[in-house]
Design a protein around this ligand. Sequence first.
Ligand code: 16G
Length: 260
Amino acid sequence: MSEAADQIFAMLKQSAQSGAPLYLQLRKSIEDAVNRGLIGPGDALPSERDIASKADISRVTVRKAVQDLVKGGILVQRHGSGTFVAPRMERVEQSLSRLTSFTEDMARRGMAVRSAWLDRGLYAPSPDEMMVLGLSSNELVARVARLRIANDTPLAIERAALSASVLPDPAGIGSSLYAALETTGLRPVRAVQRISAANLGGDDARLLEVPSGIAGLHIERISYLASGKVIEFTRSIYRGDAYDFVAELRLSGPGEEGRP
Ligand code: 16G
């Protein structure tokens, strides 16, 4: 029996007194073993049969506990090769005071960036896009939707909308929207960002390779040129397990109270 199995059974013995249903006890034992680092990312879990016979519980009970942990993103199942502790996401710390692009943020951390295109083209604007970008119904909006990937891990889905007069050829932006805007002197200099909690589901969870229902962040960024004109309206979904947004706060100086 492997070391991982010994650690899980040691934890299971400790929780046996709790009186909780067996599958919950087993789930907690595996979770505790992972959280305490007794079994690490990439370690194989003992087989369903081994766990069932060693712990003297049914295989149905073991399957239920394991499936719960797979749903929660603690374990991953690979077809044909078994069940493993999920790889740990290296969290990205992102400052909320600097207006940078995804490409710049990841390059600064030495991460290899790529994007998968989800959509790019010119469309009739939605009411939201008309309002934020100041478009009339006979103007077009350029939409650029991408899955943003760093070191082969999908981190975010970003859906940017800009006036077609600013970005007449959305297919031609290359790998960085901000770099493309910079070439025409239209890179934003200020942005307002709204971050809210969201549970990831459906296509979003599938694209981000996370279990459905897991926590994520919904981020809306409205960016401005120095003239005050809105240049970008981007709605994004970020993986909650991958990002820490960090803001520096200062005590306002005398006479500054209440200033935004
Ligand atoms: C960031 C921005 C996004 C912008 C993108 C440009 C957030 C939440 N979003 O990801 O609004 O469109 O950078 O990146 O920070 P790019 O120049 O690499 O295409």
